[in-house]
Ligand binder design. Structure first.
Ligand SMILES: Nc1ncnc2c1ncn2[C@@H]1O[C@H](COP(=O)(O)OP(=O)(O)O)[C@@H](O)[C@H]1O
Ligand SMILES: [Mg+2]
Length: 253
């Protein structure tokens, strides 16, 4: 990897999305630096999930541009955007509940390798496939869950499997929409630790939405505050917690 910390991975420019009568995302522009963890926060209805859906190709913008490493991705299908290098939870590679954790990861690795697949080297492929599955289980720290069917896992462990499946697709940017939603404090802490570890181990760039500000301040180097579809402020934890405007939006005064 030759990326320096200041390289831009994602560049969103003047992105707007109208639903009938509602401008859910309003002229949003920002850049994500390579390897950084950035959080998007804002009250319910601020436009966070819509922004994600625009980046991942699940929604088409009314106007604006999204560039991944300088290539325009607006107009690509969600599938092609995954292949281009953006991983996202709850995407097309949904979990197969009756398969084991290892089998689910295997399916994701195969879907990535399918293009290079050559039956003459099948044995070799199988070995590298097994190794790839093992590496991912280790990376996420879920080796002990490998043989468990996914539908018997706790909510927290299921989220770990989802992250493992995202990693199997070898993304350079990972979008996580409220990864700790519905979790106990302990489970949420585990996810936060894991994301930090993954950042170190993989060099991936992360964009995370999260409503728990404690989690956000613990995790993110940069925070984008959204309100009514617009970016109210982008800055570090200090800038966000010092901002009277942010406080006004959160406290509703
Ligand atoms: N598919 C849709 N059709 C119409 N309005 C939508 C749709 N999705 C979101 N909205 C509206 O867009 C605004 C932003 O929603 P959303 O992106 O879900 O916000 P957040 O994730 O920050 O809570 C809200 O007013 C919401 O009601
Ligand atoms: Mg949302």
């Amino acid at each position: 990897m030759v990326n320096s910390a200041s390289d831009s991975v994602l560049k969103v420019s003047n992105l707007t999305k109208d639903f009938s009568g509602i401008r859910a995302v309003n002229n949003v522009s920002f850049e994500l630096n390579s390897g950084a963890i950035t959080a998007v926060i804002g009250p319910n209805g601020a436009g966070k999930t819509t922004l994600y859906n625009l980046i991942s190709g699940h929604l088409a913008p009314t106007s604006g541009s999204v560039k991944l490493e300088n290539k325009e991705i607006v107009g690509l299908t969600p599938n092609l955007i995954v292949q281009a290098g953006i991983g996202r939870s709850f995407q097309i590679t949904s979990i197969f509940p009756n398969l084991t954790v290892a089998q689910n990861i295997r399916v994701a690795v195969i879907s990535l390798q399918r293009k290079q697949f050559d039956f003459w080297t099948k044995v070799q492929q199988d070995r590298s496939l097994n190794q790839a599955v093992k590496d991912i289980l280790e990376l996420v720290g879920i080796e002990a869950l490998a043989q468990n069917p996914v539908n018997l896992l706790s909510h927290g462990d299921r989220s770990l499997v989802e992250i493992a499946i995202i990693l199997a697709l070898k993304p350079r940017l990972i979008l996580l929409d409220e990864p700790t939603a519905g979790m106990s404090r302990e489970e949420a802490q585990k996810i936060v630790q894991l994301i930090k570890q993954l950042q170190q181990a993989t060099g991936c760039t992360f964009l995370i939405t999260e409503h728990d500000l404690e989690v956000v301040f613990n995790l993110a180097e940069s925070i984008i505050v959204m309100h009514q579809g617009q970016i109210l402020l982008q800055g570090d934890c200090q800038a966000v917690s010092d901002s009277p405007e942010v406080r006004r939006v959160y406290l509703g005064t």
